[in-house]
Ligand binder design. Structure first.
Ligand SMILES: *[C@@H]1O[C@H](CO)[C@@H](O)[C@H](O)[C@H]1NC(C)=O
Ligand SMILES: *[C@@H]1O[C@H](CO)[C@@H](O)[C@H](O)[C@H]1NC(C)=O
Ligand SMILES: *[C@@H]1O[C@H](CO)[C@@H](O)[C@H](O)[C@H]1NC(C)=O
Ligand SMILES: *[C@@H]1O[C@H](CO)[C@@H](O)[C@H](O)[C@H]1NC(C)=O
Ligand SMILES: *[C@@H]1O[C@H](CO)[C@@H](O)[C@H](O)[C@H]1NC(C)=O
Ligand SMILES: *[C@@H]1O[C@H](CO)[C@@H](O)[C@H](O)[C@H]1NC(C)=O
Length: 934
């Protein structure tokens, strides 16, 4: 019997070892990937096993068994980008574009991905500030964060990205000034000497466009600052980009002053839009800017003038579109001496033009003179140029000489007449330079070049179609619906969607000039086909590996069997986990554990990637906490005691015996322990959503509405009630605080760190004298003064925690103690007890937080000066239950999911009391191993 006990785990370990040899994926990368994605919904279906590199997991690219690419686009992923991303240290490409369910903030730790070359999070639901740490991604050449909900300023640190080529922050809620380098040594965008793309449109940027932003060392091609709140004048330094710049968009701002005449140096400029500003002085003369194709100067304060001659004469050979509407042009428009054949659209609506002289010419372009005196007064309103302009004519890619079938089940006929589920999305040109929308050759050219690209890249695309062209009036962008049809079956698998979309999000596909620059935002693809589990060769690999493993195991099993029989009765200290206790004699028999497993030191080392820095999730006086993944993929938090916090064998045994018996939904549970090679470690379940403190401070991006706060309070109260009343022997926590309450996937509260706990030995029930432990702000003053520890000390701390939940303030903030502050402003005769000024302001938006008065009353009872006047934890839990019922929610239903985030709830105004506080360390979250001497 005994030998079986010893041999079996050893065999399992060996099996794992041997199979692991066959795995092509770095263990640490696998751990990091599991940790990053375990709480995501809709992970690709072929993500099974533990070998992403060896078994072709969709969206994962590897090099030398390290994960280098994460391309997961349009897969309806839902979740957050956690700090675990930092452990994928060889990552070069990260693209999660077109997953609207990816929310929360970008973690600061992303700055540790020193090899990252391309980062694209286009069209997701990310929010919060762009972390400064992005500036440490020195290898980054491509950064696209467009179409999210990012807020705050553009960080100065982006100026450190000296290799950056593409920078797209379009369509967010970014505000504040355009950062340039300054005397205080901060870097700025002017230092991005390799950048060709500055796309900052559709934000809330303010202040002037700094002179310093442009200089002749730069390579900028596209400079887009449209639809912001910029003021001041157009910097004359723009002209220093003469040898490179092609597109300038400053439209929809509040720019004023004159257009600098030096702009005429921009010999490569094809498109410029300065519309909807407050520019004044004379209308600029663009003569000599020979590359110009499209000009928009509409809606400014230019001096009254005749229509300038450069609009029509042949000095600008490529100019096809000039928009000068909503200005003060006057006089006669004389076209009798001819005009350029390239013209497509001249829009002069809403000016003061009195007459049109045509000579023998016939109009063969779109001339718009509506709302001018000529159309209002001279009785020519029937002329086409006075009519309300036509909208863009409809277009849809025609079928390719075949007759389109009628498709069922939401399938769509491709241009090649196959029914399929295309991947679709919006293809947007940020500066389209053509206006003749009835000429379908423009569309054809896009279709053609895109198909050529997909064919050349061997991406399984059958055909593409374009439809629904329109000009988006809120961005002035030209947009098309793009359908990409799969070639091999009627639907894409996850690899197919990601690859096809990646080519667009990462700008690998280059459209014709008249459509550049562009952006693509795809839908969440709903028709994913299955993936085959790995390629043939890796199947073979696994089979060969397994056969070898079985053979090796057989031989080993026989050897071990022989060895075990020979060693009968002799003890092997290597294979018996409990022998240590017995060697330490007087400590008695092996521990009595319920469900907790023994782990060897080597296992611990393997699961934590050799206790890698990147796996560290917390540290403190007791030692370090690491994240690890068991071979099953289950994540654990491993607490490794430092030399100083090591305890004697008896105490350690007592501790794990105690913890292994504590099982409650609202308590973090012990998975196992390691006691070998002079180390003491405790292995806990991993709780994915961080601490309550992280949520209240906005750090985790999880928004806590009132109901969630009530439920978290209830969960924590129930966990504590269990410790006080049902654990045997009872346990006093002694360090209740928001960083010791963890939140799981369903935001269920789990109390952690009851390792500091004091066992309530029966004879001492009622009070325990002990050295004072705890955290300032939460500490029961009675316990502090008398050193008499009772359960009521936990109740006090819990009351403080409740006030913290209602106010989102730290217990002690700027020298003010929350308990006293609440008592000071509270006035029970007033609405909401007059607490408006002190409550978390976001709770006051929308519906009134029901039951808040009772909640605060309960909290204040918990912090009564005399312990005897405080309720018990069970009474607290009961009262909260009844408050939750009052709100109209079932207190026992599972908490809402975590998708809502902090900013969306309108609390991210930067004035949050916890905002920008870096000092919170992730410490003391897991039970300490220490047991205090009596
Ligand atoms: C941004 O947030 C607003 C609400 O604040 C929401 O309506 C909108 O859908 C969000 N946009 C994106 C791209 O997630
Ligand atoms: C930019 O890089 C320099 C040099 O590497 C460094 O000293 C500085 O702290 C960085 N600045 C920011 C804001 O990241
Ligand atoms: C352009 O700006 C950068 C950063 O401010 C600076 O290093 C460089 O010397 C400037 N080049 C010129 C030609 O002024
Ligand atoms: C043009 O605008 C600038 C800045 O607003 C102002 O100072 C100047 O007086 C204006 N010039 C004219 C001619 O209105
Ligand atoms: C595409 O654009 C349309 C119209 O602006 C919008 O309603 C739709 O949500 C967009 N689709 C995606 C995937 O962004
Ligand atoms: C996904 O589909 C493509 C072709 O449509 C196929 O070549 C590839 O093997 C599939 N990927 C996986 C992992 O099954």
């Amino acid at each position: 019997m005994e030998e079986q006990h010893k041999v079996f785990p050893l065999l399992l370990l060996l099996l794992f070892q041997v199979l692991h040899v066959a795995s092509q994926t770095d263990r640490g990368d696998f751990t990091a990937l599991s940790s990053l994605t375990q709480s995501w919904n809709n992970r690709p279906s072929n993500w099974v096993g533990s070998d992403p590199c060896g078994s072709n997991w969709a969206g994962i690219g590897c090099d030398n068994s390290r994960i280098t690419e994460l391309k997961l686009l349009g897969l309806s992923l839902e979740g957050q980008l956690s700090s675990a991303i930092q452990s994928l240290s060889e990552l070069e490409t990260l693209d999660l574009s077109s997953n609207t369910g990816m929310t929360g903030t970008i973690p600061r730790e992303i700055g540790n991905l020193k090899n990252l070359n391309s980062l694209a999070l286009v069209g997701c639901g990310f929010s919060g500030p762009i972390p400064d740490s992005i500036g440490s991604l020195k290898k980054l050449t491509f950064l696209a964060l467009n179409s999210n909900n990012f807020t705050g300023n553009i960080p100065h640190s982006l100026g450190n990205l000296s290799n950056l080529d593409w920078l797209d922050l379009d369509q967010n809620q970014l505000e504040g000034p355009i950062p340039v380098s300054n005397d205080q040594g901060q870097p700025g965008l002017d230092m991005l000497l390799k950048a060709q793309h500055f796309h900052f449109g559709n934000n809330k940027l303010s202040g002037p466009i700094p002179q310093k932003l442009f200089n002749s060392s730069m390579k900028l091609k596209h400079v887009l600052f449209d639809h912001n709140q910029l003021t001041g004048s157009i910097p004359s330094t723009l002209s220093s980009l003469g040898s490179t710049v092609e597109v300038v968009r400053f439209d929809k701002n509040q720019l004023s002053g004159r257009v600098p005449s030096s702009l005429n140096n921009l010999k490569k400029l094809t498109e410029i839009s300065l519309s909807h500003n407050e520019l004044n002085g004379s209308l600029p003369d663009f003569t000599g800017m020979n590359s110009l194709i499209s000009v928009d100067l509409s809606d400014n304060n230019f001096d009254s003038s005749l229509v300038p001659s450069w609009v029509f004469n042949s000095s600008l050979p490529n100019l096809n579109t000039v928009i000068l509407k909503d200005n003060k042009l006057s006089g006669t428009l004389n076209l009798s001496s001819g005009y350029r054949s390239s013209l497509q659209l001249i829009d002069l609506q809403n000016n003061g033009i009195t007459d049109l002289v045509m000579g023998n010419q016939k109009l063969n372009f779109d001339l718009r003179l509506g709302q001018n005196r000529i159309c209002l007064e001279n009785g020519v309103s029937e002329e086409s140029y006075c009519k309300v302009p036509q909208t863009i004519p409809p277009y849809s890619t025609p079928s390719n000489g075949c007759s389109p079938p009628s498709c069922s089940n939401d399938q769509i006929a491709s241009p090649n007449c196959k029914c399929a589920f295309p991947y679709s999305g919006n293809l947007t040109s940020r500066a389209s330079s053509f206006s003749n929308f009835s000429d379908t050759s423009y569309y054809k050219e896009i279709e053609q070049t895109m198909m050529d690209f997909y064919r050349k890249q061997n991406i399984p695309v059958d055909s593409v179609s374009l439809s629904n062209p329109f000009k988006d009036s809120s961005t002035d962008n030209f947009q098309l619906t793009l359908n990409i049809f799969p070639s091999q079956t009627d639907r894409f698998n996850a690899t197919g969607v990601s690859t096809a979309a990646f080519a667009l999000s990462n700008q690998l596909y280059k459209p014709p000039e008249f459509f550049t620059p562009y952006a693509f935002i795809g839908v969440n693809y709903k028709h994913l086909g299955g993936e085959s589990k790995g390629s043939k060769s890796s199947h073979t690999g696994v089979i060969v590996g397994a056969v070898v493993a079985v053979l090796v195991l057989l031989v080993l099993a026989i050897l071990i069997g022989i060895y075990a029989i020979r060693q009968k009765r002799a003890r092997s200290s290597e294979s018996n986990p409990f022998v240590n206790w017995e060697q330490n004699n007087n400590s008695g028999a092996a521990p009595q554990l319920k469900g907790a497993r023994w782990f060897s030191f080597d296992e611990m080392r393997k699961y934590t990637n050799n206790f890698a820095e990147a796996n560290t999730i917390g540290s403190g006086g007791y030692g370090q906490v690491y994240q690890g993944a068991l071979p099953t993929g289950e994540l654990v938090a491993i607490k490794r005691a430092g030399k100083e916090s090591m305890q004697g064998a008896v105490e350690f045994k007592t501790e794990i015996e105690l913890l292994s018996r504590v099982h409650h939904k609202n308590l973090v549970s012990l998975v196992g322990f390691c006691y070998e090679k002079g180390e003491q470690m405790l292995v806990y379940e991993y709780v994915p959503n961080g601490t309550l403190l992280d949520s209240l401070s906005g750090k985790s991006g999880i928004w806590m509405d009132w109901i969630r706060r009530l439920k978290v309070t209830l969960g924590a109260a129930r966990g504590l009630t269990y410790l006080h009343e049902l654990a045997d022997p009872p346990i006093i926590h002694r360090d209740i605080k928001s960083s010791n309450i963890l939140l799981d996937n369903h935001l269920i509260a789990k109390v952690a760190d009851f390792g500091l706990s004091k066992l309530l030995v029966d004879s001492e029930r009622g009070h325990v004298t002990t050295q004072v432990k705890g955290t300032m702000g939460y500490l029961d003053p009675e316990y502090y003064m008398t050193q008499q520890l009772t359960e009521k000390s936990d109740v006090y701390s819990f009351g403080v925690l409740m006030l913290e939940l209602a106010t989102s303030r730290k217990p002690i903030e700027q020298g003010k103690y929350i308990v006293r502050e609440v008592m000071r402003v509270m006035d029970t005769s007033k609405e909401l007890y007059n607490l408006h000024s002190i409550l978390d302001q976001s709770l006051l938006k929308g519906t009134r937080p029901k039951g808040l008065e009772r909640y605060v009353e309960l909290a204040l009872r918990c912090v009564k000066e005399y312990a005897a006047e405080r309720p018990s934890m069970a009474e607290v839990a009961k009262e909260i239950e009844s408050i939750i019922e009052l709100v109209g929610v079932n207190p026992n239903s599972e908490s809402a999911s975590t998708t809502e985030n902090y900013e969306e709830a309108g609390a991210g105004d930067g004035k949050h009391p916890y905002a920008n506080e870096e000092e919170f360390e992730y410490s003391g979250i897991f039970p300490t191993i220490r047991v205090e001497p009596q």
